[in-house]
Design a protein around this ligand. Sequence first.
Ligand SMILES: N[C@@H](CCC(=O)N[C@@H](CS)C(=O)NCC(=O)O)C(=O)O
Length: 210
Amino acid sequence: MKLYYFPGACSLAGHIVLEWIARPYETVRMSLESIKTPDYLAINPGGTVPLLKHDDFLLTENVAILGYLGDLNPEAGLLGDGSAKGRADVMRWLAFLNSDVHKAFKPIFVPGRFLDDAAAAGPLAEKARGHVRHYLERLDAQLRDREWLTGERSVADPYLFVLLRWAKAKGVDFSDLSHLMAFRERMYGDPAVQRALTAEEGHASAGAPA
Ligand SMILES: N[C@@H](CCC(=O)N[C@@H](CS)C(=O)NCC(=O)O)C(=O)O
């Protein structure tokens, strides 16, 4: 099992899940340049991370990878309680994180994909920050009376952690959202999370850039 990642990217979610599962795995460190090389595009035409290689099975898409890791390791209990409803609840949050919250960061990270006028990048990013903040308020409300998004720890939680790191790095203030702040601290306090962060970034400090 091999995870292709670059530091702080959404691939960190799968990296944390691999640590939680605690079975042997390898990682391949990529960069914004190396994910666009012909060799990499030959195995992942999308030119993105994450990519998971399991024997000869090549899997892209974060949601698919997180679901696959959960399905392969049911004893880890990261896809709900085994019921259809439990699994659907995990998928609900994964879908929201991937298709709404993650997407809302794109104009901040890559404004050039949305407009040609570099001068408009600032206002566009500001607008996007508002969208991210709106979503974070919803996530904070979800965590009001639970430690994890679905109540039990699942593969959705490390994805939320990644997005919170991006929010901090990109100036989306959520210091007043106490449930999200507590969640973030819980994740930083987890030795498995620290191992994944240290492997990717050489340290595991809360102030690390996304
Ligand atoms: N739809 C893909 C998107 C993955 C994605 O956006 N990856 C980012 C890093 S978090 C990336 O590789 N960006 C480089 C690029 O888009 O060129 C997924 O959900 O896995």
